[in-house]
Design a protein around this ligand. Structure first.
Ligand code: UN1
Length: 500
């Protein structure tokens, strides 16, 4: 942090007359972007501007990368316990402001108040987990075949890493990338989704204030708000030492290709088309509750959301009836109303494309097993999609393509083997949920399903910070995230042959 830099918060609370102003963070300075104007809007009330400002221009990537490079060495020389303390301080800040930031998240992204506040607290929990890394991280020590020698393997940061994050967890996903990047001694240039810039500013404020309070140089964390082209600029920058991305498979593979052509390590968390498999022996009430949570919380906008259901033929009608009964009590409306279970999608455009996919599937013969309604009349309907359950065949696009909306595609299976085969009939492999009371069947599923995450008797979404997170097939590329997997990605090793 350069002397005299104002580290006070740059934005004002949401309910003031003026919406909070968006700023970029480059080299420890909060600056106005030279790019096009940007306003984030409340998808439930699109006339409400949640935050506004201007975007970064491609040249800002170079400024941010240079600032990160200049700061990285000193940051890496700082003891890991001190780096961890910076994260703990930012976590405390987020916890203190969880109500305020949770409401802003709800207003900017559209998830419910409980989900918004929960996500802020989850981001704090992730920062706290990595804050403790100083007490855990260890190298290795090997015996040497030569007398008088020991061999040590020690871990070092990659250097300057790029982080590119999606809209759907505007603060938790950035936290679970930025926290390990920082604690292992990397400097960061972060490009969040431009639909959720205010929450990005909020996380960057918390981290930058904590960095400044610890006397760290400006430039350890840089925030660039702007269009997708900034991500391309980032991956092509000669100073880049690693890139971590969450988003669509198409963009991820493009960035992975660019990174590979420059020899830059890449970590990609991409799409999902996750199946819940409900077998005949399942606890049907539990399964109905968990399938509902998995498919419809956050309006289905999670890469881990349940978007396919494979249900055993003999209980299929009964199960769909129980799911429908629960959906009848599922309130869809203004997500800032605490009695509402599901809000809008992130934008009207996102909702339009999901509605179009559902209409196309119906025209192709999909049968509507359930369609809910928007229960709250006070919202603008453009960004809303009702909870929808469709019975489909194997060719249906809603069975194959990731929609990122509250739509569940259903097929019936005659046996557990057929159910696993239907679930596997998919190009994605992020997560799956299996509902059965038979442990042997559960163990069969571990072998039969090519997924990164398998839930037995719980919903397909969710992730803990201390265990690996990531997918197979089109869902992932490169090392996984979280826990020890994050250490693998954000560090490399030096093998030291040590003779006295
Ligand atoms: C969760 O399931 O709680 O983009 C997290 C996503 C995932 C994160 C899922 N990377 O939805």
């Amino acid at each position: 942090m350069s002397a005299g830099t104002d580290t006070a918060r740059v934005s004002t609370p949401l309910r003031s007359a003026q919406p909070p102003q968006l700023r970029l963070l480059i080299g420890g300075e909060w600056v106005t972007g030279d790019g096009a104007p940007l306003a984030s809007r409340n998808p439930a009330h699109p006339e409400q501007v949640v935050a506004e400002g201007t975007q970064a221009v491609p040249g800002d990537v170079d400024r941010a990368m240079r600032a990160a490079r200049a700061a990285q060495r000193e940051w890496a020389r700082t003891p890991i316990h001190e780096r961890g303390s910076v994260l703990a301080r930012a976590a405390a800040d987020l916890e203190e402001r969880a109500d305020e930031l949770g409401l802003e998240l709800t207003q900017e992204e559209g998830k419910t108040l409980a989900e918004g506040r929960g996500e802020v607290l989850r981001a704090a929990q992730i920062l706290r987990y990595y804050a403790g890394e100083g007490d855990r991280v260890a190298g290795e020590h090997f015996a040497s075949p030569r007398r008088g020698e020991r061999i040590l393997v020690t871990r070092k940061p990659l250097g300057v890493v790029g982080i590119v994050t999606p809209f759907n967890f505007p603060i938790a996903i950035p936290a679970w990338k930025i926290a390990p990047a920082l604690v292992y001694g990397n400097a960061v240039v972060w490009k969040p989704a431009s639909t959720v810039p205010l929450l990005a500013v909020r996380l960057a404020e918390a981290l930058e204030s904590a960095l400044a309070a610890a006397g760290m140089p400006g430039g350890v964390l840089n925030l660039l708000i702007g269009p997708g082209a900034l991500g391309t600029e980032l991956v092509r920058h000669p100073e880049l030492d690693g890139l971590s991305f969450t988003g669509s498979t198409g963009v991820g593979r493009m960035l992975a290709g660019e990174a590979a052509s420059r020899g830059v390590p890449f970590q990609g968390e991409m799409g999902g088309k996750n199946a819940a498999i409900v077998l005949a022996d399942a606890d049907l009430d539990l399964a109905a509750e968990q399938v509902l949570f998995g498919a419809f919380r956050s309006s289905g906008q999670k890469c881990t959301a349940t978007s396919r259901l494979v249900v055993a033929e003999e209980i299929a009608d009964e199960f769909l009836a129980r799911l429908a009964a629960r959906l009848d009590t599922w309130r869809v409306g203004d997500p800032s109303d605490p009695t509402v279970h599901m809000g809008p999608l992130v934008t009207g455009d996102a909702a339009r494309s999901v509605r179009a996919a559902v209409a196309a599937a119906e025209a192709d013969g999909a049968r509507v097993a359930y369609r809910g309604q928007v229960s709250d009349g006070g919202v603008s309907p453009s960004a809303f999609v009702p909870a929808t359950v469709l019975e489909v065949d194997a060719e249906s696009s809603v069975w194959r393509e990731e929609l990122f909306g509250p739509v569940l595609a259903v097929r019936r299976a005659a046996s557990a083997e057929e159910a696993f085969a239907l679930a596997e009939d998919c190009e994605f492999g992020l997560s799956a949920a299996l509902f059965t009371q038979d442990i042997a069947t559960a163990l069969d599923a571990v072998d039969a399903l090519d997924v990164g995450i398998l839930h037995v008797n719980s919903e397909s979404a969710g992730a803990d910070p201390h265990v690996p997170f990531g997918g197979a097939k089109k869902s992932g590329y490169g090392p996984k995230e979280q826990g020890g997997a994050a250490k693998e990605f954000f560090t490399h090793t030096t093998t030291v042959y040590l003779r006295g």
